[in-house]
Ligand binder design. Structure first.
Ligand code: G3I
Length: 303
């Protein structure tokens, strides 16, 4: 196959990208995105600050632009993200306790209700675990509403849209030896044991010199999958853009049947949150395929 999406489809997987609504008027951008990718994540447009700028007043204009572009071009959509300590609107940052808990529930119902039946998978909870060696939860206003906030979010989400897969999504949970990875693993195991609804784990997979790709990544994917959840690589980028590392990541996903798809976090280097200088993606700023692109395509085709 000659595109990333078609090559991934050969093994029943998808290959996605993050899309920014503000770039949909850029024809180089949309041409590449439409040709190469079959799963779309809104880079910012479905987040809390974008979708509920005022309490109880939802705004789906930017989110719908990304959603409609995707669906009009025959692509599926991952929803990102419903409960997160970051990119909260000011009114939510000002809440605490039971009123914040209720606002989280109302937000999940409002956004998932709007997109009910239309989303492949939602990142229900994003980045709830702490960096470093604790293996515990991150301190946040949501965490301070009570340790059960994550399972409440998942139970709310299941009821709001039973057709969407429900994912827990985080960064620095790629290295199997890291405490943060183990913390999330223990949570997912507990949820499966107690029947808390969860269908997938998103490994963001932002690789850089502080959190480099490690060959135990495949063990991480296998271990989560063995708990009975899908694994998705949700925000892949690699600082420096090593073609070898890109191939390793793809091969690790392909080695695990329940690793169902890969999403890169942007189209061209110039679209990346890291800046073009980091060279983290598969296309250069002119829209040319990089060595990393060929390496990913080959890996997918050799599956
Ligand atoms: O939209 C405003 C614009 O009106 C304003 O003029 C401009 C000036 O700063 O800011 C624009 O908003 C920025 C937004 O990106 C859109 O470009 C925000 O400041 C900026 O903070 C925001 O950054 C996003 C970041 O999440 C925020 O947390 C990145 O685009 C986005 O790639 C990044 O994505 C996250 C995932 O959601 C979760 N995992 C990590 C990943 C990378 O940080």
């Amino acid at each position: 196959a000659s595109t990333l999406a078609a090559a991934a489809q050969q093994s029943g997987r998808y290959f996605g990208t993050a899309i920014a609504a503000g770039r949909l008027g850029d024809q180089t951008y949309t041409t590449i995105a439409n040709r190469e990718f079959d799963m779309i994540t809104a880079e910012n447009e479905m987040k809390i600050d974008a979708t509920e700028p005022n309490r109880g007043q939802f705004n789906f204009s930017a989110g719908d632009r990304v959603y409609n572009w995707a669906v009009q071009n025959g692509k599926r959509v991952r929803g990102h993200t419903l409960a997160w300590h970051s990119q909260q609107p000011g009114w939510m940052q000002a809440l605490s306790g039971s009123s914040l808990r209720q606002a989280m529930i109302n937000h999940i119902n409002g956004v998932m209700g709007h997109y009910r039946g239309k989303i492949y998978a939602w990142d229900v909870v994003n980045e709830a675990y702490a960096d470093g060696n604790s293996g515990g939860r991150r301190d946040s206003n949501l965490q301070r509403t009570g340790n059960d906030w994550i399972e409440v979010a998942f139970r709310t989400a299941r009821a709001a849209d039973p057709s969407a897969k429900l994912c827990y999504n985080d960064y620095n949970i790629d290295n199997w030896n890291w405490a943060k990875t183990q913390g999330v693993y223990n949570m997912v195991r507990d949820f499966k044991q107690r029947g808390v609804p969860i269908d997938c784990v998103g490994l963001q997979s932002h690789f850089n010199s502080n959190s480099p790709y490690n060959s135990n990544y495949r063990t991480t994917i296998q271990s989560f999958a063995a708990l009975g959840v899908d694994v998705q690589i949700t925000e892949l980028d690699i600082q420096g853009g090593s073609a070898t590392t890109y191939a390793n990541v793809v091969n690790d996903c392909l080695a695990v049947p329940r690793c169902t798809g890969i999403t890169v976090w942007g189209v061209r280097d110039s679209d990346s949150w890291l800046g073009a200088g980091a060279s983290p993606l598969l296309f250069d700023g002119n829209g040319n395929k990089k060595a990393a692109y060929n390496s990913v395509l080959n890996a997918l085709n050799n599956a």
